[in-house]
Design a protein around this ligand. Structure first.
Ligand code: AMP
Ligand code: GLY
Length: 428
């Protein structure tokens, strides 16, 4: 079977690494990929939003299965585009169509969806440029902090947690009037702040059946002890101690089942991953957001724990046969530490030589933002590498991942030294 993965980050390297271990996978391509995916697959120099070029690559390389990594092509309709190509009717695809991807592509859509199907979430209201005055007066009496979200995709930057009414009003005006987030901010959602602990839950569905994959905790802020600005993710851990079986039963009954029933009710045949960002508040799950894809860096700890042939799981998803597979999960703990470029998540430089990678033992270095030039591996993004270790205890997995993070060198390297430490200390 020939498989093509769209994307170029750590998530896609983890997909490629896992699929390359499957006897079902005969040829593996990543578009556009990075220096890490080049070790296990063939990179194709194609932008993941260039749909005609993707269709051409599918034909040329006789691709049987396409896995879409990032949200942008999904929300822009890559699946719809490929489904319109008469000669590609046999192509299996893991990833929802544009309608399904609205779960991530529009915060207003996903909020209304949650309300319609009784999925627990923070209470909210949506405003547009025309109703900005109503939004500003709504904020006058809102409890603090208050959360303001741009409706559309904003590369993780569209969420503002305001501590004062003045800050909240400024953020709402910037979004709706100042068009700070462009088209993504043509609507804004004002939402109640949830106080709790966050968890990433992953569902794989073929439109009919579903499997819940191992859960993970992401570390979003740049600084230790969750300080400083939000990033794409500075590390992740799986499993998560507070996601005990009674909590996960609540997640399945109160969140996963109504979400999938809602999709069916709306006539959306969703094939792919649903990443549910949850807050655990007083023992109860509340949905913060849906994503139409796997998380990054969560994939770098979730996939190493999956023992079932990953190609088999992906094929079953595309073919609507997920009821015929079981997902075997390793009891080991996986921890990933993300190495980022100096200055990230603000401006940073790229093109720095990365060394010592070959010295790493007993860890997997997933490439997030790297490129190859004249035999050297160079930094090529804000997030550069995600170094995953597995061990029988969280303490040992943390230690191994951190030791490797220390060892790898590039100019400006930054990483958090506290990944997983909160979970070692955690008590309910
Ligand atoms: P999002 O882009 O929706 O993932 O939001 C970014 C981050 O903002 C989330 O991971 C949370 O940490 C935080 N956040 C979003 N919505 C809320 C909320 N209603 N209450 C508390 N924190 C939130
Ligand atoms: N790690 C969060 C995300 O993938 O959006």
């Amino acid at each position: 079977m020939n498989i093509l993965i769209l994307g170029s980050g750590g998530r896609e390297h983890a997909f490629a690494w896992k699929l390359s271990q499957s006897p079902l996978c005969s040829a593996l391509f990543v578009a556009p990929g990075n220096a890490g995916t080049a070790q296990v697959a063939t990179n194709l120099p194609i932008k993941f939003t260039d749909f005609p070029a993707i269709a051409k690559a599918v034909r040329e390389h006789k691709i049987d299965l396409l896995i879409v990594g990032p949200e942008e092509p999904l929300v822009k309709g890559v699946v719809d585009y490929l489904r319109q190509q008469a000669d590609l009717s046999e192509l299996g695809i893991v990833g929802p169509d544009a309608e399904g991807a609205q779960l991530e592509g529009s915060k207003d859509f996903s909020k209304q969806f949650m309300v319609r199907y009784g999925v627990p979430t923070a209470s909210s209201r949506t405003f547009t440029a025309n109703t900005l005055a109503d939004g500003l007066s709504f904020l006058e009496t809102h409890s603090l902090p208050v959360v303001i979200k741009a409706d559309g995709l904003a590369a993780g930057k569209g969420v503002i947690i305001a501590e004062t009414i003045a800050e909240a009003k400024g953020a709402l005006s910037d979004m709706l009037d100042g068009q700070k987030f462009g088209e993504a901010g043509s609507k804004a959602v004002i939402e109640q702040y949830l106080r709790g602990i966050e968890l990433s839950v992953f569902v794989l569905t073929d439109g009919e059946n579903y499997k819940i994959l191992p859960e993970a905790k992401d570390y979003k802020r740049i600084g230790e002890d969750d300080t400083g600005p939000n990033t794409g993710g500075m590390g992740a851990v799986s499993p998560v101690v507070f996601a005990n079986s009674s909590f996960m039963t609540k997640v399945e009954e109160k969140v996963v089942k109504p979400t999938l029933a809602g999709l069916k009710q709306e006539g959306i045949r969703y094939k792919g991953f649903i990443f549910i960002g949850l807050m655990k508040v007083n023992g109860e799950p509340y949905v913060i957001e849906y994503n139409a894809r796997m998380g990054d860096p969560e994939t770098e700890v979730v996939l190493p724990r999956i023992q079932t042939d990953f190609a088999e799981l992906m094929i079953a998803t595309a073919n609507g046969e997920l009821d015929q597979v079981t997902v075997q999960v390793s009891p080991q703990t996986a921890v990933t530490t993300v190495l980022v470029s100096g200055g990230y998540p603000e401006t940073y430089e790229t093109g720095k030589a990365i060394s010592e990678l070959e010295r790493l033992e007993d860890v997997t270095a997933f490439h997030a933002g790297t490129t190859q030039k004249n035999g050297d591996v160079l930094t090529n993004g804000g997030r550069v590498l995600a170094i995953t270790a597995q061990a029988n205890s969280l303490e040992n997995a943390v230690r191994k991942s951190q030791e490797a993070a220390r060892m790898v060198q590039f100019d400006g390297k930054q990483y958090r030294r506290d990944i997983g430490l909160d979970l070692i200390r955690y008590s309910d």
